[in-house]
Design a protein around this ligand. Structure first.
Ligand code: F6R
Length: 305
């Protein structure tokens, strides 16, 4: 599948119905994953608050992990060192081991596993990796999935707006800075990583209200102030919207507002994710770099193996 077909595949992925059938009690949930796989742990951590849930994108597991923990390893390849390391540690603590993967060593280590289709870039499989978590912990109504499908399809058909933003970034050599807000802080981070991997550009992120306690200073007085292009997501939280407005007013910066056509959580989540898919893909084309190329990451993994 070429890269644009991978992007177009996202709308099919949100129809993925697999879930974990858990017929036992547990106290807490830990999700371990890196990069394009790890992001789904961050997304669910922001959204699901009924039980303690933490997402780890690192080596090591918390001291509280025990036989009452659901420990979920997410790795598209199933061979990511940090994730496998943590799964082995969690097994030693007798945690329930769950996995979402397309194969690899991870699938052999799990008590419960969901195998997703292989052959995609891990970052293009975000729907396949996220849906089993949502289906298990916070199911989405079919009607919402259908509407989201239509929304993503319309973006696949027409993404001139995203191409214009990519051109603006390219023509001015801007460094993108994405300023998110709950429950889309993780999406701001996803934008950053899509710029990194697809477009091969640096990008930075922060979120409201936290950035009003630090990044607000360089917003006004940074070195090379003209080299950054700021993005915010529209917010239906009046305090966040007020912060966005006042921050622009007192720093003299103006932010590019990415406005979702709907405030419904799931639709907005995938709208914002897909928006960045296209901005970063178009920027790769304009820069004449291969959006699929992650050879340096792969070389690094080989050298560490
Ligand atoms: C995304 C990508 C990387 C990987 C990361 C972890 O497309 O290539 O960010 O997701 O290196 O690998 P996996 O996802 O196989 O665990």
């Amino acid at each position: 599948m070429n890269f644009v077909d991978e992007l177009k595949n996202l709308k099919e992925q949100i129809k993925f119905k697999e879930k974990f059938n858990l017929d036992f009690d547990y106290d807490n949930i830990v999700i371990s994953g890196m990069g394009g796989s790890g992001i789904v742990g961050d997304i669910i951590q922001e959204h699901y608050t009924k039980k303690p849930l933490i997402a780890i994108g690192d080596y090591g597991i918390p001291d509280f992990v025990n036989e009452n923990t659901l420990f979920i390893g997410i790795s598209y390849s199933g061979n990511t060192e940090e994730t496998l390391n943590n799964i082995i540690m969690a097994r030693e603590r007798n945690a329930h081991i769950l996995a979402i993967t397309s194969g690899g060593k991870l699938s052999d280590l799990a008590d419960y596993k969901i195998i997703i289709p292989s052959g995609l870039q891990p970052r293009s499989a975000i729907g396949y990796m996220l849906m089993p978590l949502l289906n298990t912990f916070a199911p989405v109504q079919d009607s919402v999935i259908d509407e989201t499908y239509n929304l993503l399809e319309s973006m696949d058909k027409s993404h001139d707006e995203m191409r214009k933003i990519a051109l603006k970034i390219y023509e001015n050599s801007y460094i993108p800075v994405i300023l998110g807000a709950k429950p889309y802080k993780s999406v701001a981070y996803r934008w950053k990583t899509q710029f990194n991997e697809n477009s091969k550009t640096f990008a930075f992120y922060n979120y409201f209200p936290e950035l009003n306690h630090n990044d607000t200073m360089p917003l006004k007085k940074a070195y090379r102030k003209d080299e950054y292009l700021y993005f915010v997501f529209n917010s239906d939280n009046p305090r966040i919207q007020k912060r966005i407005d006042v921050t622009q007013e007192i720093t003299g910066e103006s932010f590019n507002v990415v406005s979702s056509p709907t405030e419904e959580y799931f639709q907005k989540l995938f709208y914002l994710i897909h928006y960045a898919d296209y901005v970063t893909y178009e920027l790769a084309l304009i820069r004449n770099v291969d959006p699929t190329d992650v050879s340096t990451i792969e070389e690094l993994k080989r050298k560490l193996a």
